[in-house]
Design a protein around this ligand. Structure first.
Ligand code: ATP
Length: 317
């Protein structure tokens, strides 16, 4: 079989180990493997490169994705996807492994519905996909965030400040709640568990009156304007407050061991599924076991895998 592999949407640490696993497991199972450059854009332009065992050596520790990623809005058009399928058929490609987030899965589902076999791998730091406990990249990004918040706490405490730290996640609070728990954040604000601003300010006043030197508020992006919120806290709570938006630093860096292993398991599992003639599904990990669900199931199921972490963060605050 000829298998193509692409990375799409936002890059995530661990995409390279996932590509490596697909290439190595594919070749070791007797398949040919092709890399598609720059996500769905490379499918549409017919940008394929035959991979060898050597083309993926020394990439396990590299951040980002060596085959590039892109966002191609036009991929929601039938004629654009048809061009992609025609290009793959012309190159003799039988199946595709698509590594990315929910948008990538929507594109993969659309290709599946047009009769082309696709298996998806969850590659996003946001952990915002259902039917998997973790996505590839989540743990590395979490380590980066925890390291940053610990550092911010040092300066915050020295200056007796309140610090708001905005983290990624799009509309999913998994990174914020996990980082908040790990750093002992005084407040964790996520789309799933928003907090009343007045209540936060009241609690900060009490905090200050108890002689506490600093407070950390971890918040998911897209919840509010953190700089305006910092100003409100400064005006009303007695704490000088600063906001830090961590930004793209969270997506970069060498993948941690957990992400490398997860990516390896998922990539090899995707090849096994295709070898068995199974496609139209996305790979996940649940209770340490590899699982697969249809794209429809993943895209229509609420993502609630971190509920217990939120409760724990509240319990041991
Ligand atoms: P991240 O979680 O990092 O944002 P993502 O995979 O969700 O990753 P998107 O930009 O949302 O990133 O999607 C990646 C690509 O998938 C899009 O640029 C587009 O090419 C394709 N895509 C998204 N939605 C659809 C859709 N409804 N139909 C077809 N293709 C889609």
């Amino acid at each position: 079989m000829k298998i193509a592999v692409l990375t799409s949407g936002g890059d995530a640490p661990g995409m390279n180990p996932a590509i490596r696993a697909v290439v190595r497991a594919g070749i070791n199972s007797g398949h040919e493997v092709y890399a598609v450059m720059d996500g769905y854009a490379g499918l549409v332009s017919g940008s394929f490169e035959k991979m060898s065992r050597k083309s993926v050596s020394e990439i396990l520790a590299k951040g980002g994705t060596i085959i590039g990623t892109a966002r191609l809005k036009e991929f929601n058009k039938l004629e654009v996807r048809q061009r992609a399928i025609n290009n793959m058929k012309e190159a003799g490609i039988d199946a595709l492994v698509a590594i990315g987030g929910d948008g990538t899965y929507r594109g993969a589902k659309a290709l599946t519905e047009m009769g082309f076999p696709v298996v998806g791998l969850p590659g996003t730091i946001d952990n915002d996909l259902a039917c998997t406990d973790y996505t590839i990249g989540f743990h590395t990004a979490l380590e980066t965030i925890v390291d940053a918040i610990d550092k911010i706490r040092d300066t915050s405490s020295s200056h007796q400040r309140c610090s708001i730290v905005e983290v990624m996640g799009r509309y999913c609070g998994d990174l914020a709640v996990s980082a908040g728990l790990s750093c002992g954040a005084e407040f964790i604000i996520t789309p799933e568990h928003p907090m009343n601003k007045d209540e936060i300010i009241e609690r900060l006043k009490v905090h200050k009156s108890e002689g506490r030197r600093n407070a950390i508020i971890v918040i998911t992006e897209n919840v509010c304007n953190v700089h305006e919120f910092a100003e409100e806290i400064t005006q009303q709570s007695g704490f000088a407050c600063r906001a830090t938006v961590l930004g793209y630093v969270q997506r970069g860096g060498s993948p941690c061991a957990e992400d490398r292993i997860l990516a390896g398991r998922m990539g090899a599992y995707a090849v096994d599924l295709l070898s068995q003639g199974i496609s139209g599904v996305a790979v996940g990990i649940q209770n340490s076991k590899m699982v697969h669900y249809t794209f429809d199931e993943v895209l229509s199921t609420p993502n609630e895998s971190m509920q217990d972490i939120y409760e724990l963060a509240a319990k041991i605050r």
